[in-house]
Design a protein around this ligand. Structure first.
Ligand code: GLN
Ligand code: ZN
Length: 749
């Protein structure tokens, strides 16, 4: 039996987020391009060295990026939209302009990568011809070889997935581009081969979704072409996040091996192997260690899986189930977590230790009792930590119905007296240096709690005044007390732990620290009431209470694995429900329960989706349905594919929903041409991820477009998302334009 250990991708951000810091300094003009590149090389080298030290044999390259690997792929193949000009001397300026926009050009669209909270840049192909602009993989391969004298495994996004994820104007089929793109891929692979590369991992995660014959045919065309033209390269066709669809057809492709996820596949990959066998002589790259969660594996169970797999193949690669991009780098720096918890966790580095342990076991260098010993330590730690399980199970008897919308609408309008096209924001205002430093001072105990609270109050007061001046209709307190919308609640609810350094990349340089749900979730005390009530005391206008919804709390946390999803969702929902009622009790008239991650948890396979929706909708309604008739419930969602979601949104039954729309183009609007949606809705009228300030007229155009399909008495005017990442100047200027546009539109109606 031949055994290798491998990795699919390593986090880019560096143990201390050096990557983020370098990028942001560069963007701010504080770091020269040459220095940026130096720092990046250092980070890249140290990640590779770490993987070497962990004993990983097939170490990936091409996973490292200056922003996003999908953008890299588009860029490498010359898919540079015309509005960014032609490839210039200052190549990285073009690259970052594509990702972030410029003062004159909007950025490319950004959306969630499959069912993760990682966002990729959506390639734009219209009017462009692919060519190999620069072989990034060759560059990285050489760089590592020159510096560390090792062979690495280039990782490349496969052409079929790339094209299906890309944006094409209607009418042009991706097949056309495939014909053009395949020779360019071949050129790239050939260059790699000539330089000495043997293994190449080609990611085709699209193959875990239901695929039609068309896609199967495309995949066959691509991989047969590769085989004919670059037969020397050992391609691993890699899938993850679910089981491989169309198993028999795909495993007949002429590649060296197939990468399958044995963690998130509900047993289906193994089932297919049993049913159809596995092609003789091919490598099975088995994703055995969870690349998406932070718990240590139970290695004895993995050993049993190994046993099973070895019935079907003699060539085994042991690896994580996916890239490790979705987990923090190491548990090593965690100081605040309870001992029992730390001992139960495995972040990227610790996962690679597990890969190695398993590989050594498979190679006969370790015994089963070594694995058992490892498991016993974890189990004990976790058992102690969780303590007694909460006996009270959640009965589905809680009220989840609100009175009919029409009745609510009337009562709320009487209560709130809002104008047509009410203007509002999504919740957060700029988290300036000052705000971040205040938090730091509290952390370092330079400030006591009282000093910090005074500071937060000052910020709230300042922004209530700004919002009054801007003449926004529904105000917010600004979320200055929150580092992050999930972490903030994670810190205050029982059963959830927060890390100090467990950063994960979300989009571009933005990183989040997902909390860890380890036990039963309980609402211990009011979480947001004080700030909301204070903000409301400063103004006559309604201030929205601002909460994170149960489904988002779930999807943006690392979740315990010993309870079914619905049980954890309902625990979270009941906790949010208590907070909703506390806000209402304190006189808050509008409560927004954000669910930006609602769609993200949607299973990739259709047959598993209805159960998810049912549980998610139930949890949201459990959280929001206990309020009085006149209390207005808002929700907010962003950066998802909203097609097929209108009915779900209706089912959630919010009085008002705000949705990101500017960056996904006009697609969202066309949904409302075909679906009738009666409740109130705000489609984001400008993109908040870009520093660019929209003009009043530009926003007016958005409003005109929206009002062609939505009624004026159901439409709200708001930005795409929270403004925390913007500067104060940018936020104010943009909101000024937004309010002016709304006023102009009201005059015209
Ligand atoms: N209320 C949150 C904010 O404004 C919503 C963030 C989000 O949708 N991701 O920051
Ligand atoms: Zn948002």
């Amino acid at each position: 039996m031949a055994i290798h250990s491998s990795n699919l991708g390593y986090p880019r951000i560096g143990e201390q987020r050096e990557w983020k810091k370098a990028l942001e300094s560069f963007w701010n003009g504080q770091l020269e391009e040459a220095n940026l590149m130096e720092t990046m090389k250092t980070i890249q080298l140290s990640s590779i060295k770490k993987q070497m030290a962990k004993g990983i044999e097939l170490i990936p390259i091409g996973d490292f990026s200056l922003y996003d690997h999908v953008l890299d792929t588009a860029f490498m193949f010359g898919y540079i939209p015309k509005r960014f000009g032609q490839e210039s001397e200052r190549r990285w300026d073009t690259y970052f302009a594509m990702a972030r926009g410029t003062s004159s050009q909007p950025a490319m669209a950004m959306t969630k990568w499959f069912n993760t909270n990682y966002h990729y840049i959506v390639p734009e192909l219209d009017g462009l011809q692919p060519r190999l602009m620069e072989n990034f993989l060759l560059r990285d391969y050489q760089f590592i070889k020159d510096n560390l004298s090792i062979e690495t495994k280039p990782v490349l996004l496969g052409p079929v997935t790339f094209l299906i994820l890309a944006k094409l104007s209607t009418g042009v089929h991706w097949h056309k581009h495939l014909q053009l793109l395949v020779p360019v891929y071949i050129e790239l692979l050939d260059e790699l081969y000539r330089a000495g590369v043997r293994w190449v991992q080609v990611d085709e995660p699209i193959l875990v979704q239901e695929i039609d014959e068309d896609i199967v045919a495309a995949v066959e065309y691509v991989y047969h072409s590769f085989y004919q033209k670059v037969p020397g390269v050992q391609l691993i066709l890699q899938t993850y996040f679910e089981s491989l669809s169309n198993y028999p057809e795909i495993v007949s492709l002429p590649v060296a091996g197939f990468g399958l996820d044995f963690v998130h596949d509900d047993g289906e990959n193994l089932y297919n192997m049993k049913k159809y066998g596995f092609p003789k002589g091919k490598w099975l790259a088995a994703g055995m260690i969870d690349g998406r969660n932070v718990w240590k594996s139970t290695l004895v169970q993995k050993a049993a899986l190994l046993e099973e797999l070895s019935k079907y193949t003699e060539h085994l690669i042991i690896q994580p189930s996916s890239s490790l991009l979705y987990v923090p780098i190491t548990v090593k720096h965690e100081r605040r977590l309870a001992k029992g918890l730390v001992d139960s966790l495995a972040f990227a580095d610790e996962k690679l230790d597990e890969v190695r342990l398993l590989a050594e076991y498979a190679q006969g260098k370790r015994s089963l009792s070594d694995l058992r010993h490892y498991d016993e330590q974890t189990g004990e730690a976790l058992g102690l930590l969780r303590g007694q399980p909460i006996k009270k199970t959640i009965q589905p008897i809680e009220q989840t119905e609100r009175p009919p919308y029409a009745k609510r609408r009337q009562a709320q309008q009487q209560h709130l007296k809002l104008p047509l096209l009410p203007t509002t924001t999504i919740g957060s205002f700029p988290q300036t240096r000052e705000v971040r430093q205040a938090r730091l001072k509290r952390k370092k105990q330079e400030w006591d709690e009282k000093q910090y609270q005074t500071f937060i109050r000052k910020q709230i007061a300042k922004w209530i005044e700004i919002q009054e001046k801007l003449e926004l209709d529904v105000l917010v307190h600004g979320e200055f007390e929150r580092t992050d919308m999930v972490e903030f609640f994670g810190e205050k609810l029982g059963g959830i732990a927060c890390t100090t350094n467990g950063w994960v990349q979300s989009y571009g340089s933005r990183c989040v620290r997902p909390p860890i749900i380890f036990g039963d979730v309980v609402h211990l005390c009011p979480i947001t009431v004080e700030e909301s009530v204070y903000a409301q005391s400063l103004t006559e206008k309604p201030v929205k209470g601002m909460l994170t919804g149960p489904v988002t709390l779930y999807n943006w946390s690392f979740v315990r694995r010993d309870l079914p999803r619905s049980a954890v969702l309902n625990q979270l929902a009941l906790a949010v429900r208590q907070e909703v009622l506390a806000l209402e009790q304190a006189g808050i008239r509008i409560i927004q329960v954000d669910e930006p991650a609602l769609r993200e948890g949607l299973p990739l396979k259709r047959q598993k989706q209805p159960a998810y929706w049912q549980e998610a909708v139930y949890a949201f309604r459990l959280a929001t349905s206990a309020v009085r008739l006149e209390t207005q419930i808002h929700t907010h969602m962003c950066y998802s594919d909203f097609s097929e979601m209108i009915d779900i949104i209706d089912d959630l039954d919010p009085d008002v929903i705000s949705i990101e729309a500017a960056r996904s183009g006009g697609e969202l609007l066309s949904l409302f041409e075909i679906h009738t949606y009666r409740k109130q809705i705000g489609l984001g009228v400008y993109d908040i991820h870009s520093p660019r300030i929209p003009s009043r007229d530009e926003i007016l155009i958005q409003l005109e477009r929206a009002l062609r399909v939505l009624r004026p008495d159901q439409f709200w005017v708001n930005p795409d998302c929270g403004l925390k990442t913007r500067t104060e100047k940018e936020a104010i200027a943009s909101l000024q334009a937004m309010v002016a546009a709304a006023k102009e539109m009201r005059n015209r109606l």
